[in-house]
Design a protein around this ligand. Structure first.
Ligand SMILES: Nc1ncnc2c1ncn2[C@@H]1O[C@H](COP(=O)(O)OP(=O)(O)OP(=O)(O)O)[C@@H](O)[C@H]1O
Length: 589
């Protein structure tokens, strides 16, 4: 691979939403024969940037190309360029997020599948990868989930190395590695560069990786701010501890002003955490901590405070340019701004779950009363009007509704067909159409319900309302627990499937639309998916047992109670009113 990786005006939204940008008009170039570090605060967007490079995030805008070839293909630019996918490997931040096979060997073989090596070649590559990252071959038969954190990190890197990609995209590769592992990783990166291959590494571990870097890219609030040769920063901070090195690096990248952050006393060559805290407080008083000229200084103080305390407590620890702001709140990044802001009354702790469930049953009963397509059409208008205020929290369910609508139409077409002669009879299809439309409307009513309460609040509501049943021998606490678990488990299935879809792209090199698993991969993925769900269920059972759910006391003590308030009564009243209006309208029709 001779050419560079180019990002041009790339914007990426949370879940593809253009209004909530995680990366904003990012342009950057990553060259082969270079190691580029991505640095920045927690939540700045480094992982997002890496995943975007790897085609794991859909672009809202801009383009990405490697060696002159576009990463995204097709008219709608929703298909990945498979040839490019094979030229890089990505190791994500949490190594455990990539496991699904029963043992380490299967994991390595899964990564190798897209490259179609012969059995001998695969074995050679596996052994070479294990050796360079320092893993014993006897680990190959172990379940990856049972390996230590550092061993898992090494295995994740081995999975990449076995594929011998031109580009390595590494997210926090030194996290959890011991000194030997870090040394080996650095040697691997150096060998990679010597072979005129490229690496992009998101890290907070400047201590280990800065000396290797050819370039440093500062990611901040979803924007790539500056890139500068690492040598400049190193020259400034040659013999400095982490605190100074971190500041020098940021100055080298123009993320900080060139002057020293504070006039120091005591003759120490770098500021103490106390001095920097005082400096930060001064900045605050000047009111310059947001947007003004004081911000970089405050930031310098924050960075160096954390780094200096790192130095004091653990000299070998990472010098962290991504320390949390001093006020303890996370940085208000473009990404953080992207978090879904909900109106107070849309939050899952606003309504009493009993009111939500009652309103749902009430509206569903009215829908079930509608017996013809004409009545259901009127019902649809009322339901859509009732659901409209919840549209922001219902968005993620659109796909489910669309899928249900498509399946319903197919079923109706099949149900209404007569074969000799071939004809479609609406009279034949109508009863099914009525049932399916009722189901659809009940689903539309139920979707906001799922978002308006948490499983725990629902469980608490059941226990509060029906707790007295326990005295007459009805296991109501177990019923509440079961309902809570079902509500927790359903979204978990979806999330686990999303993880598998991501693996199919990141490691299986699937070029299909993001979030989907190509049919040819289903065979490989289905059993591991079921196994993974069983593992999660087992972990959940262990957690419940550890919390004492197996031996519930006769009179449990609860941390909080749900309360029926005026807003709950109002919601119930509106649901009843909507239903009665519906009945009046259909009577008048
Ligand atoms: N799908 C998503 N929906 C909403 N927000 C998201 C999504 N994915 C990421 N984010 C947000 O984007 C921000 C950037 O996340 P990212 O993981 O890229 O940060 P980072 O720089 O790698 O942080 P760290 O140093 O902590 O690993 C975070 O605030 C995160 O919550």
């Amino acid at each position: 691979m001779k050419g560079s990786w180019l990002m041009q005006d790339v914007s990426v939204g949370a879940g593809g939403d253009a209004k909530k940008l995680l990366l904003e008009r990012v342009s950057a170039e990553f060259r082969p024969g270079e190691i580029t570090l991505l640095i920045g605060h927690n939540g700045a967007g480094k992982s997002t940037l890496l995943e975007t490079l790897a085609g794991l995030r859909k672009l809202n805008d801009g383009s990405i190309s490697l060696d002159g070839e576009p990463l995204w293909m097709g008219r709608k630019r929703n298909k990945l360029n498979r040839a490019l996918l094979l030229s890089f490997g990505i190791a994500m931040q949490q190594s455990e997020s990539q496991w699904f096979a029963p043992n380490a060997r299967e994991e390595l073989l899964y990564s190798l599948r897209p490259y179609k090596p012969s059995a001998e070649e695969a074995e050679r590559r596996i052994q070479a990868a294990l050796q360079s990252i320092g893993l014993q071959p006897d680990l190959l038969e172990r379940d990856p989930w049972t390996l230590s954190g550092g061993q898992q990190r090494r295995l994740a890197i081995a999975c990449l190395l076995a594929c011998e990609p031109d580009w390595l995209l590494l997210d926090e590769p030194t996290a959890g590695l011991d000194a030997d592992g870090t040394r080996r990783l650095c040697a691997i990166l150096e060998a990679h560069r010597a072979a005129w291959r490229g690496a992009v590494v998101a890290t907070h571990d400047l201590e280990a990786l800065l000396p290797l870097a050819d370039r440093v890219v500062v990611v901040r609030r979803g924007e790539v701010r500056e890139a500068a040769p690492a040598e400049a920063a190193l020259a400034l901070a040659a013999a400095a501890p982490q605190a100074l090195r971190a500041q020098a690096l940021l100055r080298g990248t123009a993320a900080l002003p060139p002057e020293a952050p504070a006039q120091r006393s005591g003759g120490a060559p770098w500021p103490t955490p106390r001095e920097l805290a005082a400096e930060l407080a001064r900045e605050r008083r000047r009111g310059g901590n947001r947007g003004g000229a004081g911000e970089p200084l405050a930031e310098a103080a924050r960075n160096a405070t954390a780094a200096a305390s790192d130095t004091a407590s653990a000299p070998a620890a990472a010098s962290d340019t991504a320390s949390a702001p001093a006020d303890g709140k996370p940085e208000t990044s473009g990404a953080a701004r992207a978090q879904i802001e909900r109106a107070v009354w849309l939050r899952p702790d606003y309504f009493d779950p009993r009111a939500v469930v009652l309103a749902y049953f009430l509206l569903s009963a009215f829908v079930l009363y509608l017996g013809s397509i004409k009545e259901l059409a009127v019902g649809a208008i009322v339901v859509v009007a009732a659901a409209a205020p919840f549209s922001s929290i219902m968005r993620k369910w659109w796909k489910v509704l669309r899928g249900f609508a498509i399946v319903s139409i197919i079923l109706l077409l099949i149900g209404g067909l007569s074969w000799s002669p071939l004809a479609f009879s609406w009279a034949k299809a109508e009863p099914a159409a009525v049932k399916l439309s009722q189901l659809m409307l009940i689903m539309v009513i139920g979707m906001p319900m799922l978002e308006l309460m948490t499983p725990l609040r629902l469980q608490r509501a059941i226990q509060q309302t029906f707790g007295w049943m326990a005295r007459i021998g009805i296991p109501i606490h177990s019923v509440g627990l079961l309902i809570m678990l079902i509500f927790r488990f359903i979204p978990l299935l979806g999330r686990e499937w999303e993880r598998f879809a991501k693996l199919a792209h990141a490691r299986g090199k699937a070029a299909s639309r993001l979030g989907t698993v190509p049919i040819r991969m289903l065979r490989v993925i289905f059993i591991p998916f079921v196994r993974s769900i069983l593992r999660i269920a087992e972990e959940m059972a262990d957690a419940l047992e550890a919390r004492g759910y197996g031996s519930m006391p006769a009179k449990p003590v609860y941390g909080f109670r749900v309360a029926f308030r005026r807003s709950d009564a109002l919601m119930l009243g509106l649901a009843a009113l909507g239903g009665f209006l519906l009945l009046i309208i259909i009577r008048l029709l």
